[in-house]
Design a protein around this ligand. Structure first.
Ligand code: ACM
Ligand code: ZN
Length: 484
């Protein structure tokens, strides 16, 4: 255990007297408007009195999370110390996929409360995908009636013939939003489009190019059933849906997906082709860009901004102020986007996807990832970091906790602690001391012996995880120890 055991590591922490314990009964909170309003805080713990100080409630909240950890680990033996702390990045997120498998409101609250203790400030909530629609829409009740339950589940080697589904009521979603806000966490709902829309199209096939029935999906994958980019009714639907989404989710960003959208049907659809010709476009990617712009403009008029996955950069038609979440930048579009002033969220899948086994993504690999990517000139164009948990193979809360912790904590340290203050072995020691704290919160993390498997175990575990789905590129990337 470190002398002052805190994750993420404070940027400046001087233990003034390790042998004398701080008086935390005489604790004063101060606000100092001259301090930065980015979550920065200061803490001065002495044997006679203790002070926490920040510009605002958010900064004080982070001071309290530091105190929460110190007291949980050191009990009444917290050493005298001085901390001057501020985050490395303004955006520090976790993403939970509540489509492939859902979490109860109580489970989500446990995840969010733990995330808050590690100073995350974004909860990205994946609520719509091919395998289900989880947002209670009163404007389009058919999305709940017909698209929230899939007939069976066939993820990987597990076949389950029982229907699976559910949705979050507006009241539940608002409860999550309030719970997050109390912890200075903003909520970003994701409605992935134009791809990953099979569940929506199941209820509303008229929004596809062909207008034919679309099955809600029961397997993982990338599916050609996407929203038509030519039909006006698609935009009418999206605008009404986003009106409703904005009523439930009041924060700045709405995530509109944009990943993995095969353009197979757009190429022959008369509506899409008419739109493409009218706009003078030369390829279908521009049509996706056009859709993104229309939705971004619509949301902009409501005071919001959009975030999209990096495939959106395949189009040269892009909304202003677009924020790109970089998960798999095959075409290397992200560095030039950033160098032209675009803002990136770093979620590289080889480092940050916590649904991959520890054999493939050891904690050290997650910890050491650099959110300033190769070819990117200015650190400032990285808005921050976000670690997702996709849940095709994560069927219950115990598994979710095991996969995400301590990798979420590793990401929290990259998001908060400046690179020169980071050190993996030091992180490991502090994190081990925090495992009982997580456990008391109902979160059973992976045990330290599983964090960084040896190379043989890694290769074996990775190939068996991907058995049947592995491709050459994945193996090459793995062998290269990829990637930055
Ligand atoms: C993604 O993992 N398809 C964003
Ligand atoms: Zn079409």
């Amino acid at each position: 255990m470190a002398v002052a055991n805190i994750v993420p590591k404070p940027n400046v922490c001087v233990v003034t007297d390790a042998a004398v314990f701080a008086n935390l009964y005489n604790l004063t909170e101060q606000t100092d408007p001259a301090m930065p309003k980015n979550g920065a805080y200061e803490m001065n713990l002495t044997a006679t009195e203790s002070t926490i100080k920040a510009a605002d409630e958010q900064g004080l909240f982070y001071a309290k999370q530091t105190m929460r950890q110190l007291q949980a680990v050191h009990g009444s033996n917290v050493p005298c110390l001085v901390i001057k702390d501020a985050p490395a990045y303004p955006y520090r997120g976790i993403m939970v996929d509540s489509v492939r498998h859902m979490q109860s409101v109580q489970e989500l609250k446990k995840i969010i409360d733990a995330a808050a203790m590690f100073k995350f400030n974004v909860f990205h909530w994946h609520l719509s995908d091919d395998q289900g629609f989880r947002f209670e829409s009163e404007v389009f009740p058919e999305l709940i009636k017909e698209s929230s339950v899939r007939p069976s589940s066939d993820f990987g080697k597990v076949h389950d013939n029982t229907p699976y589904g559910g949705y979050y009521t507006k009241e539940q979603m608002k409860e999550i939003v309030d719970f997050c806000h109390e912890r200075f966490i903003t909520v970003i709902p994701e409605f992935d489009l134009p791809g990953h829309m099979s569940a929506v199209l199941h209820a509303k096939p008229e929004l596809s190019c062909k207008g034919e029935p679309v099955a809600i999906k029961t397997t993982a994958g990338i599916f050609p059933d996407i929203l038509c980019a030519g039909k006006q009714e698609v935009f009418d639907f999206l605008f009404k849906l986003f009106d409703e989404v904005c009523e439930v989710f009041p924060d700045q960003y709405i995530h509109i997906g944009g990943d993995e959208a095969p353009k197979k049907y757009w190429k022959t659809c008369p509506h899409c082709q008419k739109r493409k010709a009218e706009l003078g476009f030369t390829d279908e990617e521009q049509l996706q860009g056009y859709m993104t712009c229309r939705i971004a403009d619509y949301l902009k008029a409501k005071g919001r901004n959009v975030i999209c996955w990096n495939e959106t950069l395949a189009s040269d038609v892009l909304p202003k102020d677009l924020v790109i979440q970089n998960w798999m930048d095959k075409k290397k579009k992200c560095p030039s986007f950033a160098n032209k002033g675009g803002r990136l969220i770093y979620s590289d899948y080889y480092h940050y996807y916590t649904d991959y086994p520890y054999d493939m993504t050891p904690v050290a690999k997650t910890y050491n990832a650099n959110p300033v990517i190769k070819g990117q000139k200015a650190k400032e164009n990285t808005l921050g970091v976000e670690a997702p948990i996709w849940t095709e193979h994560v069927r219950d809360f115990a598994r979710l906790c095991y996969m995400t912790w301590p990798r979420f904590a590793a990401v929290s340290e990259t998001g908060w602690t400046k690179p020169q203050n980071k050190n993996y072995n030091d992180f490991k020691e502090r994190m081990i001391a925090l495992l009982p704290v997580l456990s008391d919160m109902g979160i059973e993390a992976a045990q330290p012996k599983e964090w960084d498997p040896n190379p043989f175990t890694r290769l074996f575990g990775t190939t068996s995880f991907f058995a049947g789905t592995v491709n050459k590129e994945m193996i090459l990337n793995f062998l290269k120890g990829n990637n930055d």
